[in-house]
Design a protein. Sequence first.
Length: 206
Amino acid sequence: MGPTEPLRLAGVGIGALNGIDLKVSPGEIVCLSGASGSGKSRLLRAVADLEPHAGEVWLGGQAQSQTLGHAWRRRVMLVPAESHWWAETVAEHFVKLPGAAELQTLGLAEDALTWQVGRLSTGEKQRLALLRAVSREPRALLVDEPTANLDAETGARVEAWLAARIHERGWPTLWVAHDRGQIARVGRRHWRIAGGRLEEVEVAWT
Ligand SMILES: Nc1ncnc2c1ncn2[C@@H]1O[C@H](COP(=O)(O)OP(=O)(O)OP(=O)(O)O)[C@@H](O)[C@H]1O
């Protein structure tokens, strides 16, 4: 059983967004959408404490403002649209190496961990960055368009795998998505940023 702490945004303000109150329960996926440039990524960066912002973010009883940035991000883990890679090979970026079955589920070659980072395609980077984040056992997840660079079939696999991990581990999750089908499949709640405001949209169950 995973941790069971909610993630709570209390009066968060960044850029054009102000006074955002949002509670994400353990294992719950809240989808965020909005036009390009509306502030989705910045909001995730604020929740990850990567940009100065107004308001407070809570992970259970722990306040972001009372926690060192790196310790906070170890728990409230952001997987940005463009992942960062600093060492030469893929495996060096993992604290705990994923098994062959997990690589296969994500459509990755079984020797992908031995690869040089420089040869990774955009979609391979995206999948390996998700795997890396999940394998670090965070307490909450922030994912920015996790299937954006993938073909439909691989995207569907990654989506199902990620949603299953989130539910299994009990991570409260903010998931930036554009695809209505994806939002309906993974999210119980959907918030859209429009005109500098966050508004709740009814999730169309299919
Ligand atoms: N550090 C910053 N200071 C000021 N403005 C910024 C900063 N970072 C981003 N912005 C601006 O804030 C707005 C929101 O950016 P953000 O990256 O959050 O958009 P987004 O909704 O994620 O868009 P996309 O879907 O294109 O990724 C953009 O107009 C961007 O140029």
